[in-house]
Design a protein around this ligand. Structure first.
Ligand code: SF4
Ligand code: SF4
Ligand code: SF4
Ligand code: FES
Length: 973
């Protein structure tokens, strides 16, 4: 059991952490049943066995000077500043490397210790520039603080001897600089890169005076293995590693704790401000999802918030060929309401709909679906989760009874075998990827099921992982083969199955799965994975004390996405790997609020809390609060909206924070649908690809400009706090509210906390959630209700929401999208660390220095066959479209499989993906497209059309912005 320090009793207690995230306790916490009491300067303190003296002293409120120690790194003992005297021991042991012992009497301040510390500091300072007044760290420098704390008044050694003061600064990284003249070689950066980030990009080269920090093989940071996570910058006690934003703007003055708006890890950050200017984002140690770690996106890529491309004024136009007209918010709402009402009067109530965004807050998402169900009077609401994790909702609800992952991220630290299926944690969920790597370094076994060799397989000191490099589209075949081995080799957890699972469903599944057709040997021809590897993987997972499965869009974005999710749940049920830490079924969510947008009732068939819209009792509860009747029929899903638009029955769409023209498959089909609509209302921070087809453009607000909550992949509800005023004057929830009022359905909230109160009153899993509790607890993992007032870290511990776990029969059916003579290669898509989704945000930051364009990765043999060399332009054709990308030859690919990212709109990655989709949820089959690749010399026709359309729309926007600026200038006269 974990013990936490309780300041009220000055001892360690089991239960909720009372640690102050703003204090560095010097060395990491230890976990032990054995408690040890010591006295530090006469003050008694009780801590778990294994705790360092330095940490125990800090917990007792006594600060021992330190430089090389930090509480997120194992003690190193190099600076000796933390020396103490211990009764009965000789000399001056370093308190950071000395563990507590029962009855120990420690003294931290004596004349001898003071002299020793001053001498050490003097040596440090004698090789350190004395430019504190002009140093960017001035006022926030540990070296400066310690010099003050030890009373250093003079440096007897001059600067005439050998020193490092002329060492050259490395400015290659766009976000931080490395000035070795200030380095004290404490090794904190090196250890942070190893222990926290797991990249091992830094080393100390040389010995003694010559020792220095180097990146990779003494390369500039930008050319090294560094992934720019910022952990070393965070760890550095001097200004050697320093954010360029701080160098430019100066030290921040105040800070606000908020949540990263990029991926589904949901890292907490301190937004450090100078007035209204965001100076830096510092990962917050109190964040339960990230514990003070970050990745390059959340840490550094925030410049888009103040980018010149931001839409700052509402705009309207009658046709997408017309110039934009800058109008007031009121005019924009009136124009929108008139259009929507007119369309409904002419084409019927069902002719309009709305799309919510997984990038927006829970409260905003809730309001958009509410607007559709009340003001629009239909259920034509859907969300971008349709195209990513809708099969997770379906598959987990059917088998486990709840549409969500079962664990905390920290649970991975108790996993003995980690299976990663169709996910790329180090790129798409980097902070969780680092945690996973930490566990792999501790000896957990790794199984990766992916057509591509992902980076987690190359975890330094992480052991040999097992890579089942399957053919795209054969997930279900492999999950069935794994289950076959578990069943036929007697690896099931019969107790768990007997006690926790539905017997009839289990028997049906067992009969099916034990059939010879599912054996690894039979499936080898389908999956391309040697049977023996499948058998080894099945045994490794099933025989682990704790086996955990993590999966991503490589599972869901298939024609059998929902089947595969159920297949994964079957594995966990069959082996009893559910309901405790270290196991579970864990969907890794791509965007920050995918979980939340699903929870909030964005799907057409479900009201908030996954309550079916055709249930009269559910509807009556909502009708009582919302005051209008709710349509009992599920509305249109996004692909149905496109089809209906092209068919002429669907005429208007309100889209908040989503870029369907870039992110949805078969771009030409999406564009045709958008062009067919009579009214497209886009609420976004930029003129995204969809907004180019819009008639109303409502400025959106970034996560920095609003209050609300996001729910991460662990079901953790985190607060989003406003750190600056909305650039266009309104937060997104206020915009939806005003639109609703203009449509005649009254909405009145003074603050998003009131929206959350309404959500809590209607969604059973949110009953106990409110802003006050979020402030108290920091974050809450739903379900949070009377039974679980502080939330639920691990789901299904005693039973399932559906009573018993339900095995599902998961027959493998080959996708219709197969390689053929005409299209002999299979294209699969994914993400890259530096970019985020459609790239609208990250492309407007220096993150593009790492990834300027989407590339087509292909295996050397496929390249050779086509005469393709690295960097050549290649045309990629599928049965729905054609685009052109530059080639990257990569051993990571299987022969016959090609890969690209989709972060740049001009790449047209989705011009070639088809509208094949998951049988249950219509989640598109992005991961399997049969293509041909050949060398070309010019962009595709679609790309040429895209460029000219983009140019025209940018010009229309520029003239509108000029109009707005002129109006503003006139009003100032
Ligand atoms: S930024 Fe991260 S990856 Fe790069 S050197 Fe620092 S800790 Fe290592
Ligand atoms: S760069 Fe900073 S953290 Fe790294 S060794 Fe030098 S002073 Fe220590
Ligand atoms: S891991 Fe995800 S949530 Fe965390 S900083 Fe990176 S992008 Fe943001
Ligand atoms: S802090 Fe203990 S030796 Fe440096």
């Amino acid at each position: 059991m974990l013990h936490y320090y309780d300041p009220s009793t000055a001892s360690y207690q089991p239960g909720q952490s009372q640690l102050n995230p703003d204090i560095d306790y010097g060395t990491p916490a230890r976990v032990s049943e054995i408690l040890v009491s010591i006295a530090v300067d006469g003050r008694e303190i009780t801590v778990p066995d294994g705790t360092s003296v330095l940490r125990a002293a800090a917990l007792a409120g006594i600060n021992i000077p330190k430089l090389c120690a930090s509480d997120n790194l194992e003690a190193f003992g190099s600076c000796r500043l933390c020396a103490v005297e211990i009764e009965g021991r000789r000399g001056y042991p370093a308190s950071c490397t000395t563990p507590v012992a029962e009855g120990m009497q420690v003294t931290t301040q004596t004349g001898k210790l003071a002299k020793l510390r001053r001498n050490i500091m003097e040596l440090y300072i004698s090789d350190h520039p004395l430019d504190c007044l002009t140093c960017p760290a001035n006022g926030n420098c540990e070296l400066q603080d310690v010099a003050g704390a030890v009373g250093l008044r003079e440096v007897r050694y001059g600067f005439d001897g050998e020193n490092h003061l002329d060492a050259e600064t490395d400015n290659s990284n766009p976000y931080f600089s490395f000035d070795p003249s200030k380095c004290i070689v404490c090794s904190r950066c090196v250890r942070a890169c190893e222990e926290v980030q797991g990249t091992f990009a830094l080393t100390i080269e040389g010995r003694g005076f010559d020792s220095k920090v180097v990146a990779s093989q003494n390369d500039p940071f930008m050319d090294s293995e560094c992934v720019s996570c910022g952990a070393c910058v965070q760890a550095c006690p001097t200004s050697t590693l320093m954010e360029k934003s701080v160098i430019d703007a100066g030290q921040p003055e105040h800070s606000v704790v908020t949540t990263c708006a990029y991926c589904g890890v949901g890292c907490s950050f301190k937004a450090e401000m100078k007035g209204d200017q965001l100076v830096r984002m510092v990962p917050y140690k109190g964040g339960a999802a990230n514990h003070g770690h970050s990745c390059v996106k959340g840490r550094f890529a925030f410049g888009y918030a103040t980018h010149k491309d931001r839409i700052k004024e509402p705009m309207i136009r009658d046709s997408i060929n017309d110039p934009w007209q800058v109008v007031s918010w009121e005019e924009a709402f009136a124009f929108s309401a008139k259009k929507l009402k007119g369309i409904q009067a002419k084409y019927g109530r069902e002719s309009i709909g709305g799309i919510t965004s997984s990038r927006c807050t829970n409260e905003e998402t809730y309001l958009v679906q509410k607007l559709v169900r009340t003001a629009f009077g239909n259920n034509n609401t859907d969300t971008c989760a349709r195209v990513c994790h809708s099969p997770t909702g379906y598959g987990l609800k059917a088998t486990l009874g709840e549409s969500a992952g079962t664990q905390t991220f920290d649970s991975v630290m108790k996993a003995d075998t980690i299976m990663v299926i169709g996910a790329n944690p180090t790129d798409a969920h980097p902070v969780f990827g680092s945690l996973m790597r930490k566990r792999l370094r501790q000896g957990a076994k790794l199984i990766v099921i992916d057509p591509r060799r992902i980076d987690v397989l190359n975890t330094p000191h992480g052991g040999e992982g097992l890579h089942l490099a399957l053919r795209p589209g054969t997930n279900v075949a492999i999950v069935n083969a794994l289950a076959y081995v578990i069943v036929t080799e007697g690896l099931e957890d019969q107790d768990f199955i007997n006690n926790r699972c539905d017997t009839a469903a289990y028997n049906a599944w067992r009969t099916f799965i034990a059939q010879e057709q599912n054996s690894p040997e039979n499936m080898e021809a389908v999956t391309g994975v040697p049977a023996e590897e499948v058998r080894e993987a099945a045994r490794t997972y099933a025989q682990a004390d704790n086996g955990a499965i993590y999966y991503g869009l490589g599972v869901t974005e298939h024609s059998q996405g929902s089947t595969m999710v159920m297949g994964i749940a079957n594995l966990a049920l069959a082996t009893g790997n559910i309901g405790r830490e270290g196991g579970g079924v864990n969907p890794l969510r791509g965007q920050n609020n995918v979980q939340g947008s699903c929870d909030m009732g964005s799907f057409p068939h479900e009201l908030p809390g996954y309550q079916h819209v055709n249930d009269p009792q559910v509807r009556s509860q909502f009708e009582a609060v919302w005051g209008v009747p709710i349509d009992p029929e599920p509305g249109l899903r996004i692909p149905n909206m496109f089809d209906a638009a092209i068919a002429g029955t669907f005429k208007a769409l309100y889209i908040q924070g989503e870029d369907i023209a870039q992110s949805d498959p078969n771009t030409q089909h999406v564009e045709a649908a958008l062009k067919a609509l009579e009214c497209v209302i886009v609420q976004d921070i930029f003129l995204n690809e969809t907004a180019k087809f819009a008639h109303v453009l409502l400025p959106g607000s970034t996560f920095l400009e609003k209050n609300g909550t996001f729910t991460n992949a662990e079901r953790r509800i985190n607060r989003v706090r406003k750190v600056m005023a909305p650039i266009a004057g309104m937060e997104d929830w206020e915009v939806t509210m005003a639109l609703s009022n203009a449509l005649g359905y009254p909405m009145h909230y003074n603050h998003p906390s009131e929206i959350m109160d309404e959500i809590a009153s209607l969604a059973p899993t949110f009953t106990g959630v409110n802003y006050e509790k979020l402030e108290q607890l920091g974050s809450i993992q739903w379900p949070c209700n009377d039974a679980n007032p502080d939330g639920t870290p691990t789901m299904h511990t005693l039973d399932f929401p559906i009573g018993k776990g339900r095995f599902a029969v998961t027959e493998y059916l080959a996708t219709e999208e197969r390689a053929s003579r005409r299209f002999p290669l299979l294209l699969t898509t994914g993400r890259i660390l530096s970019q985020y989704n459609v790239g609208a945000q990250t492309r407007r930051t220096s993150n593009s220095d790492w990834h300027e364009e989407d590339l087509l990765e292909l295996h050397p043999s496929d390249a050779e066959l086509r005469g393709v060399k690295d960097g050549d332009w290649v045309g990629i054709s599928s049965r729905v479209g054609h685009t052109v990308l530059r080639a990257k030859i990569s051993e990571r690919m299987l022969p016959g499989v090609v890969y690209t990212t989709f972060h740049h709109p001009g790449s047209g990655a989705n011009v070639i993906t088809t509208d094949n989709s998951d049988w249950a949820t219509n989640c598109p089959e992005y991961k399997v497209t049969a293509v041909q690749v050949e060398i070309v010399t010019q962009p595709s026709e679609w790309q040429r059309n895209f460029q000219s359309f983009d140019k025209r729309q940018q010009a229309l926007l520029a003239s509108a912005k000029q109009q707005g600026d002129n109006a503003h200038a006139t009003s100032l006269k």
